[in-house]
Design a protein around this ligand. Sequence first.
Ligand SMILES: *Cc1c(COP(=O)(O)O)cnc(C)c1O
Length: 389
Amino acid sequence: MDYQLETMVIHADADLSSEKGVAPAIHYSAVFKAEDSAEFIAMSSEPQHPRNYTRYGNPVHERVKTVMAQLEGTETALVTASGMGAIATTVLALVKAGDHVIGQRRHYMSSSKLLDDMLPRFGIEVTLVEQEDAAAFEAAIRPNTRLILLESPVNPVLMLTDIAAVTRVARAHGILTMADNTFSSPINQRPHDLGVDIVIHSATKYLGGHHDMSGGVICTSKALAEEIWHTHITLGAVLSPMDAWLLLRGLRTLPMRVERINANALALARFLEQQPQVERVYYPGLESHPQHELARTQMQGYGGVVAFGVRGGYAEAERFVAALQIPHNAGNLGGVDSLAIHTAAMWAGTMSPAQMQAADIPLNFVRYSVGIEHVEDLKRDVLQALATL
Ligand SMILES: *Cc1c(COP(=O)(O)O)cnc(C)c1O
């Protein structure tokens, strides 16, 4: 039967096991036994066998893969130990020395490191383009371009990439596209519907949703998944069965959590826009966002990350974040607990405020990842913290 999303995330994996428990079992075994030598041969020769060796596959992985493929609308999925495990494994599976890769000037920090530093060391050429300019991707294409990396929205000011425009061009040139969909979750954005070949997630964020596990997901076609899987078992970024189980539990409530987070974040962003001590609010759901029209066409919701500058500089942002009572001062996003960080503080150990200013790091920026708490409490908390400025 075809289910609506809310039903699917709870029941899509039900047929995968003959177990009688209503809750799925955690299969901690690193290895599974065969009944006879014919079964051992079958287990050993089938890629991604769910009951052979956990680095190759595991029954809990199998359940997560089934739910994730349906969430992103792809044929299948793979799971990894972290979001970076998913990104690095996919890129390294698909490119070789002499190939050219196009990425964005702004990506998640470790993805930028992969593009700027690691790929060139393996003889792979990389061009980075401004993501707001869809034509820049086409202009960067060379005869040896193999892969285009997309990520939308992106830190720190939540700029967007016109996903459909880029995939149209990529397909016309026979180039693969890969999108990091972590900031949206499949509830708010489905890149495969917009033409992307491979959709990646850090499951550590919305998918797990409780700040209690690390994981990654790769959603794609069966053919590409098999190709990537061979690199995956070589690199070995294997999701632990316990974390796979926590991820599966998180996915059961994903539609409900994201719906609440979207509503809370939009209300908080509008509220922040009205405060005189707030300089500027960046959120794709606000009419003031420079790409709001694109957000409305390619996203179904705008997510939980709201970025804003408080009036003043480094010290004022520091004081504001310290005065917040509800969000934890921690650098994750997409979970049930709200989190807030002073963005520039991530560089404070290695750079002076003057150096940061020269490097274009805004000193007064706050990144607020909105959780599922009551929004009136979040607003009151923000007000009392702004009053300390
Ligand atoms: C966190 C994050 C990653 C990396 O995920 P890990 O699970 O920490 O490895 C990649 N991309 C984005 C957009 C992220 O927010």
